[in-house]
Design a binder for this molecule. Structure first.
Ligand SMILES: [Zn+2]
Length: 285
């Protein structure tokens, strides 16, 4: 149907006008009455990827991020990656719905035949599928948290490296932080869940800290995909969190002396050093 039928007499001709809003961006009117661009659906950042399980050999689909579509934002002080509209960390873990084998994507395919055997004995033999074989359109926080916990369980079962265990804990802590941030603090119904998220985050963050420190002295770089400077910086920020200022200061000194540290990394280290000075001053007051 031509919505503008009848306008011909004015010398105007508009064809194919059934969809007036096809090219327009969706807008929503906020409570204050101002117009704001609607956030795109989480699904629009995702694609299905077919995976063959490295343990049971079955094929399943999992959601992955369309890398070209997401926009990176400034990370948290401890390098937790952040993207506009979506928490990509929820999609960074792959879980086989058939046998339960789960790992952070980068580690999923990399296990020895001995490790396959250990996962089969300690995970798959007892694993009960929860009946939801079809992957939901998006991964919610609770599912993501569950998967990271499964990944940690599997990493222990396969006697994975210290760094892998620590990295799962770090990602789990970050996802718990993401869940915490996603819950509206103004709603009293969220209070208990937010408190629990913070407590859990702290527990896994502590585990990650211990593991990363251990990995630093026992493994060679890159560790969890991080070079020495990045790792020093991460440990420094975590040390400040746990008020281990001596460890933090040593890491910062290494970054400042490193010829391979980027300008940005040196600036970050400098800011962190000032923060430590402030914290120590405060604690002496
Ligand atoms: Zn499997």
């Amino acid at each position: 149907m031509n919505l503008f039928a009848g306008l011909e007499k004015f010398g105007l001709k508009a064809e194919d006008t059934t969809n007036l809003f096809a090219e327009e961006k969706k807008t929503v009117v906020t409570e204050e009455g101002e117009k704001k661009e609607a956030a795109p659906e989480e699904e629009s950042f995702l694609l299905d990827k077919t995976i063959r399980c490295a343990v049971c050999d079955q094929v399943f689909k999992t959601k992955m991020i369309k890398n070209g579509r997401v926009k990176r934002m400034e990370p948290d002080a401890d390098l937790r990656p952040r993207f506009e509209y979506i928490d990509t960390l929820k999609y960074n873990v792959v879980s086989c719905p058939f046998c339960g084998y789960t790992a952070i994507s980068r580690y999923f395919d990399h296990l020895s035949s001995l490790q396959v055997k250990m996962v089969k004995e300690q995970v798959c033999a007892n694993f009960k599928a929860d009946g939801t074989s079809s992957e939901a359109a998006i991964v919610d926080y609770d599912t993501a948290i569950e998967r990271y916990k499964l990944a940690l369980f599997c990493t222990i079962a396969k006697k994975g490296k210290t760094s892998e265990k620590a990295y799962v804990c770090l990602n789990l802590a970050w996802v718990l932080r993401g869940k915490y941030e996603s819950l509206d603090p103004a709603d009293p119904a969220n209070e208990a869940v937010r408190k629990e998220c913070k407590e859990q985050e702290e527990i896994f963050y502590q585990q990650a800290y211990e593991g990363l420190n251990k990995a630093m002295s026992t493994e060679s770089y890159p560790i969890c995909g991080m070079d020495e400077c990045t790792m020093d910086y991460l440990i420094a920020t975590m040390s400040v969190h746990f008020r281990k200022f001596d460890v933090a200061s040593k890491c910062i000194a290494r970054i400042q002396q490193s010829p391979s540290a980027s300008k940005k990394m040196k600036e970050r280290a400098f800011d962190l050093k000032n923060q430590i000075v402030e914290e120590i001053k405060k604690s002496k007051q």
